[in-house]
Design a protein around this ligand. Sequence first.
Ligand SMILES: Cc1cc2nc3c(=O)[nH]c(=O)nc-3n(C[C@H](O)[C@H](O)[C@H](O)COP(=O)(O)OP(=O)(O)OC[C@H]3O[C@@H](n4cnc5c(N)ncnc54)[C@H](O)[C@@H]3O)c2cc1C
Length: 381
Amino acid sequence: MYELQEEERMILSMVDSVCTDIIADRAAEIDEQDEFPQDIYDVLAEQGLFGLAMPEEQGGFAVSVNCWAQCVARLAEESPAVALMLFVAAIGADAIMTYGTDEQKNTYLPEIIAGEKKISFAMTEPNAGSDVWSLTTSAKPTENGYVISGNKMFISNAEVADLFCVFAQVDVDGERKPAAFIVDAHDERVVISAHEQKLGLHGSPTCPIFFDKVEVASDALIGEVGQGAQIAFHALNRGRIALAATALGITRASLKASATYAEGRKQFGQPVFDFEAVSFMLADMRIAATASHGLIDDAIDAFVNDARDVKERVAAAKVFCSDAAQQAATNAVQIHGGYGFCKEYPVERYYRDAKAFTILGGTNQIQRRIIADEVRKQFAL
Ligand SMILES: Cc1cc2nc3c(=O)[nH]c(=O)nc-3n(C[C@H](O)[C@H](O)[C@H](O)COP(=O)(O)OP(=O)(O)OC[C@H]3O[C@@H](n4cnc5c(N)ncnc54)[C@H](O)[C@@H]3O)c2cc1C
């Protein structure tokens, strides 16, 4: 496993303090209120967390992606909705970081890194989810730029966004070519609807957006027309690592809460921890947390080295960690018995939050398909 450097350990310890001193007390309230917690966002921004693993030229901190992922995991132990702030910023900024011009990087990244502007990743549409390249949002070329029209769905933190990284199809001689654009979220022709009432991840608003013939200049295009899929896959790989790390946070939180509860709860005159059926669930959570950490490090190794099999290794981390988190949160509720089913204990929230990670960022069925395609190439063709 990757060993954090001295400076990285200090950053993680700072995040740990923020979690213990501030977020731990707010997590249940964030869930209850289901509003974006701007005060917590401001704390993360003050601590420079949006600059982790971002380019130094634009004000970022040259720490490893592993350090960033460990910070995401630690935040998720308290509140996955808070951890998602780092995920949303990173996946939204990835296109600019990786494919943007120097001008785009210098214009947008310093403000995103400083937490002054929020960027969301707008790809999914009402009728284009897993089959994402059937998307119908169009970017019609004009003399000075493009006119973007279409609907997006389930866009994380859209309600509070300043910018969108939008994927659209450009018609080139009758052929539809995917492309990515930077769009001002405050443009009057960008209509952001109220956030969905979700099972979990309250405090991370997920909204539909309507782009009503939004005019953008030609320098809003990221990379080239036709490069949209490439750009999206790079961003999704970064995002899936963050989602895997968030899921790891849920697994760790489930383990911690359940071990403490199982030691304190007595039935038949002894702690329920003593019963093999309970202690083995805790052992499985520990195994899942360790394996999740290992798979995240492996995915990061593939990502930073641009490995040929990066998609498969990132998909493996995303699938394993999110399935493990769901199982851990289910068992955490079980270990708490009837109390686990009540809001008085945080495991009820972990259970609701965990489900999301098997869906967002590409469902686990789609991740398994990515892996199966590689298996076929390697062994069956
Ligand atoms: C909380 C949340 C936050 C999100 N945030 C964002 C965001 O910030 N930006 C963004 O662009 N999107 C976001 N999404 C959208 C998310 O990425 C999609 O919901 C997801 O990719 C699935 O698409 P869908 O919901 O349309 O499901 P569908 O594609 O309709 O899938 C329905 C079911 O069919 C299965 N299925 C579909 N095709 C196949 C296949 N070929 N093989 C096997 N099974 C298949 C799926 O696995 C699923 O079980 C978010 C979603 C959620 C829930």
